[in-house]
Design a protein around this ligand. Structure first.
Ligand SMILES: Cc1cc2nc3c(=O)[nH]c(=O)nc-3n(C[C@H](O)[C@H](O)[C@H](O)COP(=O)(O)O)c2cc1C
Length: 183
C-alpha cells in the first residue's frame, strides 16, 4: 500500500541520535534535547545542529557563539525526554529538573552535562536559516569520552538514545549488529 504523507515527511529520516545540547551566556545556561544533529566534516572536525528560534536555548547559543553536544546513554532517556519538553523559560534550574549535573566545559566556558558519555565542545562557525529551524555549524574544539570507544563506539555495549518522533525513543539491539571488513 502506498500512503501519501502530507506532513511529517521529514520524520521518514528518523530515528536519529538524540543528544543534549548545552551552552551558557552571561550567567544563563541552555540545555535542550536535539535530534537534528549531524557530522558535516572530519578535517576540520565540524558538526551541525538545527535549533528553532522558539527555544529558550536559541538566543544563548547564538549570543555565546558556543555549544556542547552531550551524548547520553539510554539509562538517561527520562532526562533527555524532560530536557526536550521543559523550557528553561519556565524552570529555574533545568539541569536539576532533568536529573542532571551541570559542570563547566573542559575548553570552553559553557555548561556541559557531567553524566554524558561523550562531549563535543564547539564554537559556532556559521548559522544558516533553513526554515523553521536555523542550522548552526560548529567547529569542534575539544572532544572527550567516558565510554568504551576506540575509533568509534563499541557496538556490543553502546546504548545510544535514538528518537523516532511523537515520544518514541529506542536503542540498539546488539544482537542486530552486522560487521563488514572495510577497505
Ligand atoms: C527527542 C527530542 C528531540 C528534539 N530535537 C530538537 C531539535 O533537533 N531542535 C530543536 O530546536 N528542538 C528539538 N526538540 C525540542 C526542544 O528540545 C524543546 O523544545 C525544549 O523544551 C527546548 O528547551 P529550551 O526552551 O529550554 O531551549 C526536541 C525534543 C525532543 C523530545
Amino acid at each position: 500500500m502506498v500512503m501519501d504523507i502530507e506532513i511529517d515527511q521529514i520524520r521518514l529520516i528518523q530515528p536519529s541520535l538524540a543528544v543534549l545540547v548545552t551552552s551558557s551566556f552571561e550567567g544563563r545556561d541552555a540545555l535542550l534535547t536535539v535530534a537534528w544533529v549531524v557530522p558535516v566534516s572530519y578535517v576540520p572536525s565540524r558538526v551541525a545542529i538545527a535549533i528553532s528560534k522558539q527555544r529558550y536555548s536559541y538566543e544563548i547559543i547564538r549570543r555565546s557563539g558556543m555549544f556542547a553536544v552531550n551524548i547520553m546513554e539510554f539509562d538517561y532517556v527520562d532526562s533527555v525526554y524532560k530536557a526536550g519538553t521543559l523550557s528553561g523559560r519556565v524552570v529555574e534550574d533545568k539541569f536539576r529538573e532533568c536529573g542532571l549535573t551541570r559542570i563547566g566545559g573542559r575548553s570552553l566556558p559553557i555548561a556541559v552535562v557531567k553524566e554524558a558519555v561523550g562531549v563535543l565542545e564547539c564554537r559556532v562557525r556559521n548559522v544558516f536559516e533553513t526554515g523553521d529551524h536555523d542550522l548552526f555549524i560548529g567547529d569542534v574544539v575539544d572532544a572527550y569520552v567516558k565510554g568504551k570507544y576506540s575509533t568509534h563506539w563499541d557496538p556490543s555495549s553502546y546504548r545510544p538514545i535514538l528518537y523516532i518522533s511523537e515520544g518514541h525513543f529506542l536503542t540498539i539491539d546488539s544482537g542486530s549488529v552486522v560487521r563488514y571488513m572495510m577497505g
